[in-house]
Design a protein around this ligand. Structure first.
Ligand code: NZQ
Ligand code: ZN
Length: 393
């Protein structure tokens, strides 16, 4: 196990009706003037919007609103949020939604104190400082794990680039997590969310660091729990127990507790951010296409087989075949593919209308024109990436 620092101070407020406490919690954390950020119509349809407004009003808070966050959130809206915060002296940001809404708030939060264009921070041209407006959220979509993570991802639609930045100060101050708020999710979003959280678990799990048994076992528990509960909520969207399990998994998969003490991989996320940067598809859908293909590719690399077989045996109950490790590992991938297909997720780029026209550009971006590799569990060269993209087609 490697040395590590870990601090996650986000207060998790979990359970039925917890959104009714938002005004009181904001007050308790020193808010006076709030910018309330949300996406399209989902929070109005579900009644969440009215409950949040009432709770903030009852708590005597002054607020402004910034609606219009879209999936793969846009830097243009972040810039608008920064202007409002400066103009109105906003001292707290509240997101109600999924990862895109929370990430919009996180970018605004640091951008307000940056003396330049916020895209400098997002694209890594400049480093975030130690001043930010605190962020809180009401989570309506368990997926990105942004409700406790220390990073955010934003797109510049004008140049088709999706990029992200992070800071230890970026974790939300508190997150309100009521599983009932996820009953209205379309089946496709639910499935995309589950794929995303599984990927966050796997990006840490697939590591060459030795003696990380505790975090391996916690990650396996997260994966097994998602695999068990996804079909249940697809069948019965208002199954509270299953929705609650999935919501917990989404947070714990990404708050980095399971990443402690190990080298992490992150190849699939780097690849998926290329894909959704160019083609604006759902993040979880991109991961559903790349992850099994990447695993199959690595099944051909003997040095990857010990971990891939451990995953197959412990997560998917595959019987270990000591005579044929590759077959054991491949059976794990087949079972993952079956789960994703049954959940309605795409399995190829072709299914989401993506051709091979950007393969070369994506592989170049991921490897600085072929000069570096991407990922750690297996260091993917530009050639590896092109080969993988062709298999994903
Ligand atoms: O805009 P509304 O009407 O709210 O609809 C949203 C949106 O269209 C809808 N939705 C959310 N909650 C709902 C609901 N519909 C019905 N009922 C509800 N309860 O879902 C759609 C997708 O929302 P979005 O926020 O885009 O999804 P998600 O939470 O999957 O976030 C994806 C974004 O997070 C980034 C991704 O790259 C992507 O941009 N990520 C952020 C990370 C982080 N900050 O730690 C890590 C992740 O790996 C990821 O990269
Ligand atoms: Zn993700």
């Amino acid at each position: 196990m490697n040395n590590f620092d870990f601090q996650c101070s986000t207060k998790m407020i979990f359970g039925k009706d917890t959104e009714l406490r938002v005004g009181e919690e904001l007050r308790k954390h020193g808010a006076t003037r709030v910018l309330f950020v949300y996406g399209g119509s989902s929070i109005k349809k579900s009644g969440l919007y009215d409950r949040v407004i009432k709770s903030m009003t009852d708590a005597g808070l002054v607020y402004d609103e910034l609606p219009g966050v879209v999936p793969n959130p846009r830097v243009s809206l972040v810039r608008k949020g920064i202007e409002i915060c400066r103009e109105k002296n906003v001292d707290f940001l509240l997101a109600a939604g999924g990862g895109s809404t929370i990430d919009t708030c996180k970018s605004i939060s640091f951008g307000v104190y940056y003396n330049g264009d916020v895209w400098d921070l997002i694209s890594g041209k400049a480093m975030p400082g130690d001043q930010r407006i605190p962020v809180a959220d009401i989570l309506t979509l368990p997926a990105a794990g942004s409700e406790e993570s220390d990073s955010c991802v934003v797109s510049d639609e004008t140049i088709s680039v999706k990029a992200g930045f992070g800071s230890p100060l970026m974790r939300p101050v508190f997150s309100i997590m009521n599983p009932e708020l996820t009953y209205t999710l379309p089946a496709f979003q639910t499935a995309c969310g589950c794929m995303d959280m599984m990927s966050h678990a796997m990006e840490r799990y697939f590591s060459r660091t030795e003696n990380v048994e505790m975090t391996d076992r916690v990650t396996e528990a997260i994966l097994v729990t998602v695999i068990h509960n996804l079909p249940i909520v697809l069948e019965k969207p208002d199954d509270y127990a299953a929705r609650a399990e999935i919501m917990m998994c989404g947070t714990w998969a990404q708050n980095d507790m399971t990443g402690c003490g190990r080298e992490q991989d992150w190849f699939n996320h780097v690849l998926e951010h290329q894909i959704s940067g160019y083609y604006d598809i759902a993040h979880g859908a991109g991961l559903a296409i790349s992850t099994p293909a990447w695993m199959e590719y690595l099944c051909e690399k003997p040095e990857c087989l010990p971990k891939l077989t451990q995953y197959a045996v412990r997560v998917w109950n595959v019987e270990m075949n000591f005579e044929n490790l590759k077959e054991t590992a491949m059976e794990g991938v087949r079972r993952l593919r079956r789960l994703l297909r049954d959940a309605g997720l795409p399995q190829s780029l072709h299914e989401v209308g993506i051709g091979n026209e950007k393969f070369e550009e994506m592989a170049d971006h991921m490897t600085c024109d072929g000069t570096v590799t991407c990922g750690n569990f297996y260091k993917m060269t530009k050639q590896d990436i092109l080969e993988l993209l062709n298999r994903m087609e």
